[in-house]
Design a binder for this molecule. Structure first.
Ligand SMILES: Cc1cc2nc3c(=O)[nH]c(=O)nc-3n(C[C@H](O)[C@H](O)[C@H](O)COP(=O)(O)OP(=O)(O)OC[C@H]3O[C@@H](n4cnc5c(N)ncnc54)[C@H](O)[C@@H]3O)c2cc1C
Length: 454
């Protein structure tokens, strides 16, 4: 039942908002409170899906009157758990999307996914800094740094963030640019989830007259050779080429498609801004590393970019580990051994991306998501089922040990596990600087992001 006494102001909004405001005890409570990552069991005080700015302001005012915090969570791939005393905000209604082809700029509402943005770019010869999955929210991704297919060409997605439209705790709603608020924009380019509610962002679009890419799937026995080839190719391939490598071990469980149960799939994935001979040579080196069973390399229309990796779209349990690292052939062999070991059986997917290029340089626009010196980011995923936490942690420990000294103790903000603060991604001095910005913009601490400034 709704605890009316605990939040009387919010409760008074219930009639006006109807289905757009839910409380514990409502019949659909579990459906609306759940994040995409079903491993996270979050218990907010209420969930609001305001229809527009006026309702958003009403929710902010009511939360303040009731002494509650607010947390924006469009999807919850990056959910981190603790939402006690917090109103969870869903942003689906903020669905504006405008592409200015001549100015190479897009205005993206806070409810818009990368898939929708890429569809809108069809035929324009332009791309936005999208990641591998079309269902990820473009604003959430960009405010968290965002590791795009085009990171080696253009750096963090947050470096292409031109402006934010922000509702702050003091009730002001305005567009903010570097000229107005350079320090706030610096912090929001990578640690942007706790300064207010972003209702839209404006981002650079980048020229992409031709995009080439796709995936190569190999026999499972080729795993080490293929991963080594991708590490090597990533060191000298042109910056216009993105290289990802991954291994998927599909569990023999009833939830998996019958034809895939128990199978292992070894994959190398590529996206090039262009169609150069150098990139083709790098892809050919990987192709020669094993027996190719599927080869989809070819021209990729921008609206099909989200289909290359074939990641899950339905809400799923997930628990993961990630680290920036400088992989070499020995580290790959140790990783494969760890994945094959008894502890490693808990890992259903692991892989890495090639970094370098523009990511190793200062960002296009100043941001806390700064230059990344490592050549790779490694990730591993376990099933994340209740009761499996210890087994997953043992598996991740084995993977971490396998990478050894090649691993840093940081990763991209978007790849951090639940409950890990921004120092998991950024230098302590930068996190302290962002915390100062937070204290100025939101002195009451009304907003809570999925990461703390610790
Ligand atoms: C299948 C899959 C593929 C992925 N691929 C990539 C990839 O290629 N590259 C990469 O970098 N990451 C990737 N990720 C990670 C993903 O980018 C993060 O999980 C990120 O948090 C976005 O997830 P989301 O859209 O569900 O946002 P949420 O988890 O719902 O939001 C994340 C945080 O952003 C902030 N936020 C969101 N919207 C607003 C707003 N309007 N105003 C203020 N703050 C806001 C909040 O602090 C919120 O907690 C992937 C994740 C999955 C599950």
């Amino acid at each position: 039942m709704t605890d009316v006494a605990a939040h009387p102001a919010l409760d008074r909004l219930a009639t006006a908002l109807g289905d757009r405001l839910a409380f514990p005890g409502d019949s659909r409570w579990d459906a609306v409170r759940s994040p995409w990552n079903l491993s996270i069991d979050q218990h907010p005080a209420a969930v609001a899906a305001p229809a527009g700015l006026d309702e958003l302001r009403d929710v902010l005012d009511a939360a303040r009157a009731d002494g509650l915090q607010l947390a924006v969570q469009p999807g919850g791939h990056g959910a981190s758990g603790n939402l006690d005393g917090t109103v969870l905000l869903r942003t689906a209604a903020f669905d504006r999307l405008e592409v200015d082809r001549d100015a190479r700029v897009a205005l993206i509402g806070a409810g818009v996914s990368w898939g929708r943005v890429l569809d809108a770019l069809s035929g324009t010869g332009l791309v936005a800094m999208a990641g591998s999955s079309p269902i990820i929210n473009a604003t959430a991704f960009t405010l968290s740094g965002g590791q795009s297919w085009f990171a080696r060409s253009h750096g963090h997605a947050s470096g292409s963030l031109r402006a934010v439209e922000l509702l702050t705790a003091d009730g002001r709603h305005r567009w903010l640019r570097d000229a107005d608020e350079p320090e706030l924009l610096w912090a929001m380019r990578g640690a942007g989830g706790a300064f207010g509610v972003v209702t839209a962002i404006e981002v650079d679009l980048h020229p992409a007259p031709v995009i080439t890419g796709g995936r190569l799937d190999f026999e499972p026995t080729d795993v080490a050779a293929v991963l080594r080839a991708v590490v090597d190719a990533g060191r000298d391939a042109p910056d216009t080429l993105a290289l990802h490598a991954g291994v998927l071990r599909i569990p023999d469980v009833p939830q998996a498609a019958p034809e895939l149960r128990g199978r292992t799939i070894v994959t190398a994935m590529f996206v090039e801004l262009g169609a150069s001979g150098e990139a083709r040579a790098a892809i050919d080196r990987v192709r020669a590393a094993g027996t190719v069973v599927t080869d989809t390399i070819g021209p990729v229309p921008v609206e099909h970019l989200g289909g290359i990796v074939d990641e899950p779209t339905d809400p799923s349990p997930d628990t993961s580990w990630s680290a920036l690292a400088d992989l070499d052939a020995d580290a790959i062999d140790r990783l494969v051994d760890a994945w094959r070991s008894p502890e490693g059986q808990e890992i259903i997917a692991f892989g890495f991306r090639a970094l370098g290029g523009a990511l190793a340089l200062p960002p296009r626009r100043p941001g806390i998501a700064g230059a990344v010196r490592e050549w790779n980011v490694v990730t591993a995923h376990a099933m994340g089922l209740p009761g499996g936490e210890e087994a997953a942690e043992r598996a991740f420990t084995a993977m971490r040990a396998a990478v050894g000294h090649a691993a840093s103790d940081r990763t991209f903000c978007t790849f951090l596990g639940p409950g890990v603060g921004y120092t998991g991604a950024y230098a302590e001095s930068d996190v302290a600087r962002a915390a100062n910005v937070k204290a100025t913009v939101d002195p009451e601490g009304r907003f809570r992001g999925n990461r703390d400034f610790t």
